[in-house]
Design a protein around this ligand. Structure first.
Ligand code: ADP
Ligand code: MG
Length: 378
């Protein structure tokens, strides 16, 4: 039986962006029998290197976009900063998932926060700062606060902790007077996230909630399933499903949450697979990248169940001390450890170079093994 509008192998799928998320998409698509064309301006991009076709061009290069539309049956993205105009252009010719309208909200913190608030979802108190003059007018109850640029921030970049109006002004100028969100600094109990896939019929497959620890604003460790209060996990699921529904979303969506003084608040969303969902590669029946392929191709979503407790640890460039490779033998000595290195040439501090996931029978043993390896790798 074949469903109408279903794209089957060996069709070519299109991926905007050539980073590690794109690379995992290529791997999943290849395993399922599809071909992939990747658009990324970097000749050495992790996904471009393993794709069937690498269009090495800018995201607004019309000739490259035409070529993508001609070669690919459907197109998706691995990062939120693709110009909305690019998605709109491609959507005139091909199926594009998620829609430009959803990506446009996710790529702008002001639009995103306003969307959550207008949808009645709980968020941290915030003010929109369009210009320096808006800073003294913002509620003084927001301080201590975090100033976040509205566009192009990631991994804690484009964020500054500010104690008062003067510091907020200085940070705003330092960010080049770009539009910002000024958000109350919360006392965090912990952070969680949820990745889900939603298909064109509105069916949702949600992965278990992950519990996330960050270091310097960058995800460090994800524990899945999240520990703690069951009601928090249920609420996170319900809120994420609501976000997807309200966006009429088709594709894979990651939603980040704060748990602050017992309250669950929506932090931000990503219109793509999420770093905290990497555990699904080794610990779930279907992983988040296969789910992305399925949603894009119009296939039924896969089973999102987790079969083993998992802990994922990010490997940042910092552990390449003086350019030397970390002691990988330590990691490979662990039988339940699954290594994923992204093939990036240059190890820079803060750059995501890879991750590993430890899976096993018992959640506590998995966590302690993962932490041991993490500490030994530096
Ligand atoms: P991004 O992930 O795009 O860099 P986030 O807004 O998710 O930006 O911020 C990164 C991390 O910084 C969060 O996961 C959290 O650890 C911390 N953080 C961000 N906003 C707040 C806040 N209002 N209160 C406390 N911690 C925060
Ligand atoms: Mg974040």
């Amino acid at each position: 039986m074949s469903r109408a509008n279903t794209i089957l192998p060996p069709a070519m799928l299109g991926m905007l962006g050539g980073g590690q998320l794109g690379r995992f998409f290529v791997i999943a698509a290849h395993e399922m029998g599809y071909k992939v064309a990747v658009l990324d301006p970097d000749r050495n991009s992790p996904a471009g290197k393993i794709a069937d076709v690498h269009l090495c061009a800018a995201y607004d290069d019309e000739a490259a976009l035409r070529s993508m539309a001609e070669q690919c049956a459907a197109i998706t993205t691995e990062f939120e900063n693709v110009p909305a105009a690019t998605l709109e252009f491609l959507a005139q010719h091909r199926t594009v998932r998620p829609a430009a309208s959803a990506v446009a909200i996710a790529q702008n913190r002001v639009a995103e926060k306003n969307f959550f608030r207008d949808a009645g979802l709980p968020v941290a108190p915030y003010a929109v700062i369009q210009q320096a003059a808006d800073i003294p007018g913002a509620d003084s109850g927001l301080y201590p606060a975090i100033l976040k640029v509205a566009r192009f921030g990631y991994d804690g970049k484009g964020q500054a902790r500010v104690a008062n109006v003067e510091e907020a002004r200085a940070a705003f100028e330092k960010f080049g007077a770009e539009i910002c969100v000024l958000e109350r600094m919360l006392k965090l109990d912990y952070e969680v996230s949820l990745v889900l896939a939603r298909d064109a019929d509105g069916q949702v497959a949600a992965f278990p909630v992950a519990e996330n620890a960050h270091l310097n604003g960058i995800l460090d460790v994800s524990i899945a399933p999240a520990r703690g209060d069951e009601t928090i996990r249920e609420q996170a699921r319900a809120l994420a499903v609501e976000v997807a529904k309200k966006l009429n979303y088709v594709g894979v969506l990651g939603v980040e949450f704060f748990v602050s003084e017992g309250q669950l608040l929506v932090n931000e969303m990503a219109p793509r697979p999420h770093n905290s969902g990497h555990y699904t590669i080794d610990a779930c029946v279907t992983n988040q990248f296969e789910q992305q392929v399925r949603a894009l191709a119009g296939l039924p979503l896969g089973d999102a169940r987790q079969h083993s407790p998992a802990v994922m640890v990010n490997l940042l460039g910092d552990i390449w001390k003086n350019g030397a490779e970390p002691a990988w033998d330590i990691a490979f000595a662990e039988p339940g450890l699954k290594m994923h290195l992204y093939g990036k040439h240059e190890a820079r501090p803060g750059r995501k170079m890879g991750h590993f996931t430890v899976i096993g029978e018992r959640a506590e043993a998995v966590l302690s093994e993962a932490m041991q390896v993490r500490d030994q790798l530096g």
